[in-house]
Design a protein around this ligand. Structure first.
Ligand code: FAD
Length: 362
């Protein structure tokens, strides 16, 4: 028997779970279906940085990311569930003149010269041109956060079904049939697998490997970051080292070369760090779109069907803002045209006349 809901969400990663929460909070009835268990896809592989500054793509991305950071602040205060929300911020290293100038554009950053850096953090290799501290770029525990969104959504009445693979979304007179759900609206939040449900949607994978070290006597007040490589201090005192960037590799195995690369990253930030015991190693596939911005919006040619996928390096950062954008589209709230265009899934749909990019599939 069908269960009637306003919105069916496909995918129980951080994006689907946050959408469930913000829709339920807006008073909509929601059903989420996940083929596996919750938060087991790319979400479980993430570092959890909310790097609005360190991951800057363009001003539209930045504004969206900053909104998301604010939503996280409120969420973690309201929710009463531990999401590993850790303040301190990101310390962005500058080795070159170019990196120094890039950091100087931010008036909300604190600049430390190489000497000041050394005085504050003597056990860390001081970058030649100093570093910028972005205190708003905090981090969260990705899996705990996704599960917290889901739990909060369920407390607001959302239903969650795991172990259900959706291979077809059937349009009915009343809306869409998604497994046992009969929904007015559908949101596809299947990460990289969203391409299976949206013909022609382009996404490629960039594999990333990480490791976690037991380095409890190397306490860090900040996440250290340089050109997408980082050391994140977790609240339990362990350090997460990341991450490799391996385009078009489709497995999630950890490899010897990945291990070497991660030890090299660790050593470059903190001499001697690579000697500490490895607690865990893992890998995940970042879902990359044609321009590294996510697809958030209506699926071209489909009424009441939306997609929220392809968040590449920033799905944790952008989850709450993504969810609120999807909510606004569903309830008919006005959304600025520039934002709609920037994230419009249409730009990722392959067709013969679209020669902007090569066709790639995960
Ligand atoms: C090494 C690494 C480090 C990262 N670090 C960061 C970071 O520090 N900060 C940051 O913001 N981001 C980071 N990311 C990126 C982030 O992890 C992703 O952008 C984000 O997890 C994507 O979430 P998602 O919910 O879209 O996808 P997923 O987590 O993959 O979830 C999608 C879910 O949909 C389900 N699904 C798919 N198709 C179907 C179907 N047909 N039926 C039912 N269920 C389906 C899947 O099983 C899966 O559970 C990192 C990624 C990697 C790999």
């Amino acid at each position: 028997m069908s269960h009637h809901v306003d919105v069916a969400i496909i995918g129980g990663g951080i994006i689907g779970c946050s959408i469930a929460y913000y829709l339920a909070k807006a008073g909509l009835t929601v059903g989420l279906v996940e083929r596996d268990n919750l938060a087991q896809g790319t979400t479980q592989a993430a570092g959890g940085m909310l790097g609005a500054h360190s991951e800057y793509i363009n001003d539209g991305f930045y504004a969206f990311a900053r909104e998301s950071q604010t939503l996280y602040k409120t969420f973690q205060q309201e929710i009463g569930i531990d999401i590993g929300y850790t303040t301190g911020g990101i310390l962005q290293f500058a080795y070159t003149e170019e990196e120094l100038l890039a950091g100087a554009r931010w008036n909300d950053a604190t600049y430390l010269t190489s000497e000041e850096f050394h005085n504050q953090l003597p056990h860390i290799a001081s970058p030649a041109r100093g570093a910028y501290l972005f205190t708003e770029d905090v981090h969260v525990h990705p899996q705990k956060t996704a599960l917290a969104f889901c739990q909060a959504a369920q407390q607001l009445g959302a239903t969650v079904s795991t172990g259900i693979y959706i291979d077809d979304i059937k349009a009915t007179g009343e809306g869409y049939q998604v497994a046992h759900l009969l929904a007015k609206h559908v949101v596809i939040a299947g990460g990289s697998a969203s391409t299976e449900l949206i013909p022609g949607l382009q996404m490629s994978a960039v594999k990333g490997q990480c490791m976690q070290l037991d380095a409890r006597d190397r306490q860090l007040p900040y996440t250290l970051c340089h050109q997408g490589r980082y050391v994140i201090p977790r609240p339990d005192g362990t350090l997460v080292i990341g991450a490799t960037m391996e385009p078009d590799v489709l497995d999630v195995d950890t490899t010897t070369s990945g291990n070497v690369a991660l030890h090299d990253i660790a050593e470059r930030f903190i001499p001697g760090l690579s000697q500490f015991p490895v607690l865990k190693r893992w890998a995940g596939l970042r879902p990359k779109t044609v321009d590294e911005l996510p697809y958030i919006g209506r699926v071209p040619g489909q009424e009441n069907m939306h997609v929220a996928a392809g968040h590449f390096r920033n799905g944790i950062l952008l989850a709450p803002a993504t969810a609120c954008l999807i909510r606004d589209l569903i309830v008919g709230q006005t959304v600025p045209t520039e934002r709609l265009e920037a994230f419009n899934p249409k730009r990722g749909i392959f067709h013969e006349e679209n020669h902007r990019v090569e066709r790639q599939f995960v």
